[in-house]
Write a protein that binds this ligand. Structure first.
Ligand code: SIN
Ligand code: CO
Length: 390
């Protein structure tokens, strides 16, 4: 499936300049000929799996209930007012991953996941804001969307309804409203209030984009700071200390030493940059790769030059300068090998005809066979597109 080349009559460049992080956009018939690549029954199966993050939200008589999966049983389809939300469907379904790849005009590092919701009539998750950019693509049935601009004022935090298991906006005053039909799509920047309500049974895809906050990044980075590579790990010592008569008092020498360790600690830019690449490509906690039978380098090269290579749909790969990052690992790559690994990362595949030259580049064959054996890289062309039923 190809990259989207236009969004509602705008080129993707125009869309990025005018709307991305700035203003909502409703697009009728966003993906011509669009048919949902996934049926509700498949979504229900995914929601029964321990490896899949899912939840239900029900509303009845103004009362909201939230439950977390996995779900052996879901409420009956004839019961109105409930929603099933399944996160990360792109990790479990090649056709859904291919649909998400159409949005790769935004860098992979910004991509979070593709969530799918199934709702019965009147179902929804209530008025709320997300910190994510999101494309809300209507996949089946009809949904009413109502939206409201972000709370005014720098750092304004919208008030929430107390005593409900969801973060519902207390003062939701929608300024625009639409009915979305299959193939229609609504782009929302972070911070916009929104409420989607199913009109009859419906399914909605949320293609969500993450943006790390300073606190999230520093918490993750500082957690790794303790693993300073190289050199002995100095330890506090107080040989010669005089006996104390105030045993609860924090020793001044201890405080000073630890404070100095903290204040003197300054990571190099190279170290921070390396961490960023690893962190950005770290798979989510619930991601598991299926490992194939390992191949000898000779058999791997023979199969790759015959069938080509493609990244597994769960693999996160990125590059910056001479470093390639894959699933949380960093690899420094010789100059002659860079273009092949960058190409693999950008296109997520190497065609069979490219493989002889790619595998001859220094270090590449060993890297690729290792990634194949880990289940990160697959032999063969992209999986055949499914033939979904409307
Ligand atoms: C939904 O699909 O019901 C909720 C999506 C969202 O509001 O982000
Ligand atoms: Co939302």
């Amino acid at each position: 499936m190809d990259l989207l080349d236009s969004i509602g009559g705008l080129s993707v460049d125009q869309f990025m300049r005018r709307h991305w992080q700035r203003a909502p956009l409703l697009v009728r018939g966003a993906l011509p000929g669009f048919v949902s690549p996934i049926e509700p029954a498949r979504l229900f199966d995914l929601a029964a799996s321990e490896d899949v993050e899912s939840r239900t939200v029900s509303v009845s008589g103004g009362r909201w209930t939230l439950a977390h999966g996995p779900f052996d049983r879901l409420p009956p389809r004839r019961r109105p007012g409930w929603t099933l939300l399944v996160q990360g469907v792109d990790l479990h379904d090649d056709a859904v991953a291919a649909l998400m790849a159409r949005f790769r005009f935004v860098p992979d590092a910004r991509v979070d996941d593709l969530m799918i919701s199934f709702a019965t009539d009147g179902g929804g998750v209530g008025p709320h804001v997300d910190q994510y950019d999101v494309f809300l693509l209507q996949a089946r049935g009809t949904r009413r969307w109502r939206i409201a601009p972000p709370a005014q004022g720098r750092g304004a935090v919208p008030a929430l309804v107390p005593d409900v298991p969801l973060k519902l906006l207390a003062d939701f005053e929608p300024t625009q409203e639409w009915l979305l039909e299959p193939g229609d799509m609504l782009y929302l920047p972070p911070g916009w209030g929104h409420e989607g309500t199913a009109v009859g049974e419906c399914m909605t895809f949320s293609i969500g984009f993450r943006a790390p906050s300073r606190q999230e990044f520093l918490a993750a980075f500082l957690a790794t700071a303790a693993d300073e590579p190289g050199g002995p790990d100095p330890r506090f010592s107080d040989r010669g200390r005089a006996a104390t008569v105030a045993p609860a008092r924090l020793p001044e020498d201890l405080t000073e030493r630890l404070r100095d360790w903290a204040l003197d600690w300054r990571p190099s830019a190279a170290r921070v940059d390396r961490f960023i690449g690893c962190w950005m490509t770290e798979p989510k906690a619930q991601v598991w790769f299926d490992t194939p039978a390992p191949l000898s380098p000779v058999r791997f090269e023979r199969a790759a030059t015959r069938d080509g290579l493609r990244l597994d749909r769960r693999t996160r790969m990125a590059w910056r300068g001479g470093t390639v990052f894959i699933n949380g690992e960093a690899h420094d790559v010789p100059v002659a090998a860079r273009r092949w690994l960058r190409r693999l990362a950008d296109r997520r595949l190497l065609a069979a005809a490219e493989c002889p030259r790619a595998l001859a580049a220094p270090g590449v064959a060993a890297m690729l066979v290792g990634w194949h054996d880990a289940g990160w890289l697959r032999l063969g062309a992209a999986p055949a597109p499914p033939s979904p039923s409307p």
